[in-house]
Ligand binder design. Structure first.
Ligand code: AMP
Ligand code: GLY
Length: 424
C-alpha cells in the first residue's frame, strides 16, 4: 500500500515509524513531515488544510490510504472531501467525518452529546453574547474555581480556570464580547470544576466496533510540579499506574461503549481514533473532553506498546471489520520526555543544531519541531523531540529517557525533569 500521513509532529513521526514496520507498507509519504519522517518516508511540503494540494498528491502517487494526524483537517471535513470526490472516494481515510469531528471542534456539541448519551461529565451551561448576563448569573451559582471554555478550536489555549468570581466574569466578557479567542469564543461553555487526577483513554473505531488502546497520562504544564503555562504536552507515560482494572471497566462500560453507541445512534460517521480526556474523581471516571485524533505526546508512548501491524489495523477500520482484530499490547511501560526550545510556550528561537542523536541506543527519538537543513538537524518549533523508552516499570523507562537526554544537546534546550512525579 501507498500511505500518506498528514502532519508534522512527534505524533506523525511515531505513525510513520510504526507504519514503516509493516510489510504491507510499500511507500510512505508525510505532508509536511519533519527531520524524523524524512529518514523513513518522503516528505512533501504541503499544508494539512490545503485539500486541493493533497488531492493532487494523492492522485500523482496513487495513494491508497490517508492517515490524518491533527484535528484541523478533520474539523474542516477532509474525510468528507475525499468521499465527495469521484477520484478520491475509494481512498481509505483514517479520521472521522466532519459531523463527528465536531466532538472536538465544538465544546458545546461535545457536552450535548455527553448529556444526551448519559456519559458522566461535569455539569455545564453555554452562553453567547446575547445572554451574557445569564452567564454572569450562572457563575454566581457556582463555587470556585470557575472553568470557562471557548467553544471552538483554540490551539489548546481556550480553557481558563479561575479562582476569583470577578475575574471569571471579566474573562467571560473578554471571550464573548472582545473575541479573546477569535471566533472560537463566540460561545463559551461554563463548567463545574472537577477535582481529581487526569488520564487519557484511546479508542479505535470503525463506526461499528471499537478497540481500546492503552491509557496514557500527559504532563501539560511547562514547569516541574505541574506549574506554569500550559503547553502541547511535555511528556507522557503509559500505562497509567492508577488506572486499575476495575476503574478501566467503568471507563469501558460508562464511557467508551456509550460513546460508540452514541456515534451510531446520532449517525456520526467515525473511522479513526477517539481520544477521551478523563478525570478520575474519587474512583469514578468523568469525561473532560473528546479529541478526534491521537494525542501528542501520548502517541509516542501508546503506539510503541502496540504490537499489531498498524497497516492491517487501519485497513480493518476502513473496511469496518475491526471486530476481526485482536489487539496485542506490549506489557512493558513506555515513557516519553519532550525536549523543548528555551522560552516555549512563549517566544523562542529556532534553527539550533541538535547534536548527540547518533549516540542513542536505549531510547527512540521521535522528532517533532525539527527539520533537516544543509544536512543538519535543526530546531524548527517549540516542542522539538520526544525521547521514548521502554522499561519493566515506568520508573525504569523514565530513567532511560533521562540517561539518553543527558547525551543530547541544542542551544537553550529545556525539558521537565519530573515526568511521572505524581504517580509514586
Ligand atoms: P480541555 O481543553 O477541555 O482538555 O481542558 C484543558 C485542561 O483544563 C484539562 O486538561 C484539565 O486540566 C482542565 N479542565 C478542563 N475542564 C475541567 C473541569 N471541568 N474541571 C477541572 N479541570 C478541567
Ligand atoms: N497532549 C494533548 C493533546 O494532544 O491534545
Amino acid at each position: 500500500m501507498t500511505i500518506l500521513i498528514l502532519g508534522s509532529g512527534g505524533r506523525e513521526h511515531t505513525f510513520a515509524w510504526k507504519l514503516a514496520q509493516s510489510p504491507k507498507c510499500e511507500k510512505l509519504y508525510v505532508a509536511p513531515g519533519n527531520s524524523g519522517t524524512a529518514q523513513i518516508a518522503t516528505n512533501v511540503n504541503i499544508n494539512v488544510t490545503d485539500f486541493e494540494a493533497i488531492k493532487a498528491l494523492v492522485i500523482e502517487h496513487q495513494i491508497d490510504m490517508v492517515v490524518v494526524g491533527p484535528e484541523d483537517p478533520l474539523v474542516l471535513g477532509i474525510h468528507d472531501f475525499f468521499l465527495n470526490d469521484d477520484t478520491l472516494k475509494t481512498v481509505a481515510v483514517i479520521g472521522p467525518q466532519k459531523a463527528a469531528a465536531a466532538l472536538e471542534g465544538s465544546k458545546e456539541f461535545a457536552k450535548e452529546f455527553l448529556i444526551r448519551h448519559h456519559i458522566p461529565t461535569a455539569a455545564y451551561q453555554s452562553f453567547n453574547a446575547e445572554n451574557i448576563s445569564e452567564g454572569y448569573a450562572f457563575l454566581e451559582t457556582l463555587t470556585p474555581p470557575y472553568v470557562l471554555k471557548a467553544d471552538g478550536l483554540a490551539a489548546g489555549k481556550g480553557v481558563l480556570i479561575l479562582n476569583d468570581l470577578n475575574e471569571a466574569k471579566t474573562e467571560l466578557k473578554s471571550m464573548l464580547l472582545d473575541a479573546k479567542f477569535g471566533d472560537a469564543s463566540q460561545k463559551v461553555v461554563i463548567e463545574e470544576f472537577l477535582d481529581g487526577i487526569e488520564l487519557s483513554c484511546f479508542v479505535l473505531t470503525d463506526g461499528k466496533h471499537y478497540k481500546i488502546l492503552p491509557t496514557a497520562k500527559d504532563y501539560k504544564r511547562i514547569g516541574e510540579g505541574d506549574t506554569g503555562l500550559n503547553t502541547g504536552g511535555m511528556g507522557a507515560i503509559s500505562p497509567v499506574p492508577f488506572a486499575s482494572e476495575s476503574f478501566l471497566k467503568k471507563v469501558e462500560d460508562q464511557i467508551v461503549k456509550p460513546t460508540v453507541d452514541g456515534l451510531i445512534k446520532d449517525k456520526l460517521p467515525y473511522k479513526g481514533f477517539i481520544f477521551i480526556g478523563l478525570i478520575k474523581v474519587g474512583d469514578d471516571p468523568k469525561v473532560i473532553e473528546y479529541n478526534v485524533r491521537m494525542g501528542d505526546p501520548e502517541t509516542e508512548v501508546v503506539l510503541p506498546r502496540l504490537k499489531n501491524d498498524l497497516v492491517s489495523l487501519f485497513k480493518a477500520i476502513s473496511e469496518e471489520r475491526l471486530n476481526e482484530i485482536q489487539i496485542d499490547i506490549d506489557n512493558r511501560a513506555a515513557t516519553t520526555v519532550m525536549l523543548v526550545s528555551g522560552g516555549y510556550p512563549e517566544a523562542y528561537e529556532k534553527g539550533k543544531e541538535i547534536s548527540g542523536l547518533e549516540t542513542i541506543t536505549d531510547s527512540i527519538a521521535f522528532h517533532a519541531g525539527s527539520v533537516l537543513k544543509d544536512g543538519k538537524i535543526v530546531t524548527s518549533g517549540g516542542r522539538v523531540m520526544a525521547i521514548t523508552s521502554y522499561g519493566d516499570s515506568y520508573q525504569e523507562a523514565i530513567k532511560k529517557s533521562y540517561q539518553t537526554i543527558a547525551k543530547l544537546h541544542f542551544d537553550k534546550i529545556n525539558y521537565r525533569k519530573d515526568i511521572g512525579f505524581d504517580l509514586d
